[in-house]
Design a protein around this ligand. Structure first.
Ligand code: NAD
Length: 494
């Protein structure tokens, strides 16, 4: 079946037709068992379309296609140079379709179109080009041995890789996995989030157009407990790359351990601290604090959701931060001036509202927001809680919405303790003009990424991932490559 969509906004005009089936072996097919996913428009809660939902047997068909493609047309059969060319072609095709992909992302997820197009989609282009550059630079080492034998290492592809992704950056999270997996010679079976299946469907014809052999990339929409579980426990898949919540990450790892003991890389949740010392440039500080928590409607794993402010600047910070939050424009995400659209789904809306209620009940002060914006859809006003205490749910748990928990501190030692008092360790940010203090604190915080005087901005060449329960392994940069290859030690008796 297909879905024809039209956009009549100032930013994008045009129409296109998507095939809503399962993309396996280079073509769209219908699932083996009848099943669909309702795609809901978060702006008004109305049904946009339905797409096919794959289940266990469809995942198995996709895996067999990926295995065959690996053996016959990909893996060690294709030079790095050729893989690089195809990744570049895909990058160019995505760039040429950026308006449309951005529009689909906005329609499905509710994020502002300007962000979807320029940040999400163009970010995908950059990631593909970055890993296209690595495809012919996968290198081992020669290693000196004591008796002068020849000893060297090779980084070989794993084979078929599985990937499961979330809805907050739907296309970007797919590409963060496709690019390094293909650059290193693997084939892949991906399951996008059931909340945002559309941009992945638009990607499928571009994969064919780029010239990837059928079966190298397979995209099977479906639900987590069926299609997602099937990937985690598949006996042929040699590795699973997962991005999503810590609760689901644990299930993926458990299924991987119970099946064929496949390695997993897990990019999970966060509750990242943003620390503002008393010597910050206040206007910059407030701008970054807002970007930290309100960018992408608070639906960023690295969101700076716990904001620690030095007591000397606390009152001024709160005043300016509140003004900034209240100046952010909410509304139709296709409107060019909109900063914040709706949350992704009714479920997320309810969850966030539940946290706001718990914050009030646990005694935090609701300083701004906390309520619905407009009359329909899943919009929530930027929300600021002050007087937060470490034990509160809004301080400990990932809300994944536009809700900031602000706390006051007096000493460096105290704030390091407070900031590290969490099961998460994805990111942190430190704001101060004092370089010694900035580095000292950044080094003591338990997090995979530390930003100094800015925040919430991953860099393609840098590793991205978490300490503690924020995950295992790293995406992006050279570091991601090791998760998509097996190292072989070759010993030669000369
Ligand atoms: P989620 O864990 O609910 O779902 C993620 C994916 O897992 C979806 O595709 C879902 O269908 C699938 N899934 C659900 N149950 C499954 C199961 N039993 N077995 C296998 N797969 C299953 O997360 P979400 O709500 O889609 O995304 C939000 C979460 O993702 C947040 O916690 C956020 O912090 C995290 N996230 C992390 C990063 C990062 O890089 N660390 C990036 C983006 C999002």
């Amino acid at each position: 079946s297909t879905f024809t969509y039209q956009f009549d906004t100032a930013t994008y005009k045009g129409s296109s037709t998507l095939n809503t089936g399962l993309f396996i072996n280079g073509e769209f097919i219908e699932p083996s068992e009848k099943g669909t996913i309702d795609v809901i428009n978060p702006v008004n809660g109305k049904l946009i379309t339905q797409v096919s939902a794959g289940t266990h047997s469809d995942i198995e068909v996709a895996v067999q296609a990926a295995k065959k493609a690996y053996k016959e047309h990909w893996g060690l059969k294709v030079s790095g140079d050729e893989r690089s060319k195809l990744l570049h072609k895909l990058a160019n095709l995505i760039e040429a379709s950026a308006d449309e992909l951005g529009a689909l992302e906005t329609l499905d997820n509710g994020k502002a179109y300007s962000h979807a197009r320029n940040f999400d989609v163009m970010g995908c282009v950059a990631v593909l080009r970055y890993y296209a550059g690595w495809a012919d630079k996968i290198q081992g080492k020669t290693i000196q041995t004591k008796d002068d034998k020849l000893a060297y290492t090779r980084h070989e592809p794993i084979g078929v890789v599985g990937a499961i992704t979330p809805w907050n950056f739907p296309l970007a999270m797919l590409i963060w996995k496709i690019a390094p997996a293909l650059a290193t010679g693997n084939t892949i079976v991906l399951k996008p989030s059931e909340l945002t299946p559309l941009s992945a469907l638009r990607l499928c014809p571009l994969i064919n157009e780029a010239g990837f052999p059928p079966g190298v990339v397979n995209i099977v929409n479906g639900f987590g407990h069926t299609a997602g579980q099937a990937i985690s426990e598949n006996m042929t898949i040699g590795k699973v790359a997962f991005t999503g919540s810590t609760v689901t990450g644990r299930k993926v790892m458990e299924a991987a351990a119970k099946s064929n003991l496949k390695p997993v890389s897990l990019e999970l949740g966060g509750k990242s601290p943003a620390i503002f010392f008393d010597d910050v440039d206040m206007d910059q500080a407030v701008k970054w604090a807002a970007l930290g928590i309100f960018f992408n409607h608070g639906q960023a794993c690295t969101a700076g959701s716990r904001i620690f402010v030095h007591e000397k600047i606390y009152d001024e910070f709160i005043k300016k931060f509140t003004e900034h939050a209240q100046s952010l424009k909410l509304g139709d995400p296709f409107e060019p001036t909109t900063y914040q659209g709706p949350q992704v789904s009714q479920g997320q809306y309810d969850r966030i509202m539940g946290y706001i209620e718990s914050g009030k009940q646990e005694g935090a002060t609701l300083h701004a927001g906390g309520d619905r914006f407009g009359h329909e859809g899943y919009f929530i006003n930027p929300t600021i809680f002050t007087n937060c205490k470490p034990h509160m749910k809004i301080v400990q748990e990932e809300i994944f919405g536009p809700v900031a928990a602000v706390m006051k501190f007096s000493t460096e030692e105290e704030v390091i303790g407070l900031a590290n008092d969490t099961m998460y360790g994805l990111a942190c940010s430190v704001f101060t003009q004092n370089i010694d203090r900035a580095l000292r604190v950044a080094h003591k915080l338990e997090a995979g990424t530390a930003w100094i005087n800015f925040t919430n901005s991953p860099e393609i060449g840098m590793p991205f991932g978490g300490f503690k329960q924020s995950g295992i392994g790293r995406e992006l940069g050279e570091y991601a490559l090791e998760h998509y290859t097996n190292v072989k030690a070759v010993h030669v008796n000369l």
